[in-house]
Design a protein around this ligand. Structure first.
Ligand SMILES: [Cu+2]
Length: 298
């Protein structure tokens, strides 16, 4: 690529950066972050813009000061250097100003960390389990669990993205507070989806929490972001965000159950109240009929 063309693309990407957002996927020559698809990422973006407003003037100020110092106090012009070592007002100033700047960054930063920490009121839970080298997902409220592997180059269908698309996407409803619990069975992994503002380490023997409220339907991609072994780069994440009705249909299609529904199917063999009630009812009918009791239909 010629230098001129590189420069042209670079300038174009700067000008169009705020408009160049794609749905949950990085783009060539993209600047800034991916489009925010959660309240957390919206706030991360705001924080980032605020920091840019603080650091850019500092950068310009320091550069100009340095240039002036180099030019005005060069040896040729100042053969005898100044012997001054103290200036109390100046020293107080250059201590206080950075303190104020750091404090003004620290306060919103800590506030954001607490906002990211957990959902105020979670509507459902998604459990993410890291494996070398794939992700396992559990929906404890819906009795669904599956593994998700990245698609190889020869498995890709039309429109699918190399190194990002997976054989089974995580499906989540939009406008729903989803508690995300992360853990791992072998080594450290990190479940990271840029559009959600999530980068949560999954640690063996620990359960870590974060959350997402996806604001619009779409497919959001991510990758494992903790060096976890030879196939670390091939632990892709694809989250399909759908309207609530579509999510319910997906749950039923997966053989799962909706919380509070009577048609609970439990692949893990855990007895849930929704399962026990009909079995108990059947037992009492059988007893009355003096028929052998059904011990289990699972
Ligand atoms: Cu990993």
């Amino acid at each position: 690529m010629s230098i001129l063309r590189t420069l042209k693309i670079f300038l174009f990407s700067i000008v169009t950066a705020p408009f160049a957002y794609a749905d949950g996927i990085p783009k060539d020559w993209q600047m800034w972050y991916q489009e925010a698809a959660s309240p957390v990422m919206e706030r991360v973006n705001e924080m980032h813009i605020m920091l840019m407003w603080i650091i850019t003037p500092i950068l310009i100020f320091v550069t100009v000061m340095l240039a002036i110092t180099l030019f005005r106090f060069r040896e040729k012009k100042n053969p005898t250097p100044s012997k001054r070592t103290h200036n109390v007002p100046l020293e107080i100033l250059w201590t206080l100003v950075p303190v104020v700047i750091v404090a003004s960054i620290a306060f919103p930063s800590v506030k954001l960390i607490y906002f990211m920490d957990k959902a105020e009121k979670a509507d459902m839970t998604l459990k993410v389990i890291g494996h070398q080298w794939y992700w396992e997902y559990e929906y404890p409220d819906h009795n669904i669990s599956f593994d998700s592997f990245m698609l190889n180059k020869d498995q890709l269908k039309e429109g699918q993205i190399r190194n990002l698309d997976v054989d089974k996407q995580v499906v989540l409803p939009v406008d729903t507070n989803v508690r995300i619990l992360g853990t791992s069975v072998d080594v450290l992994h990190s479940w990271a989806v840029p559009s959600f503002g999530i980068k949560q380490d999954t640690i063996p023997g620990r359960l870590r929490e974060t959350w997402v409220r996806i604001t619009k339907p779409g497919i959001y991609y991510g990758q494992c972001s903790e060096l976890c072994g030879k196939d670390h780069g091939y632990m892709s994440i694809a989250v399909r965000a759908v309207p609530k009705e579509e999510f319910e249909a997906w749950v039923k299609g997966e053989g799962g159950s909706l919380p509070g529904s009577e048609t609970a199917v439990d692949p893990a063999g855990v007895v849930t109240p929704a399962l026990v009630a009909p079995i108990e009812a059947k037992k009492s009918v059988d007893k009355a009929d003096k028929e052998p009791a059904i011990t289990s239909t699972l």
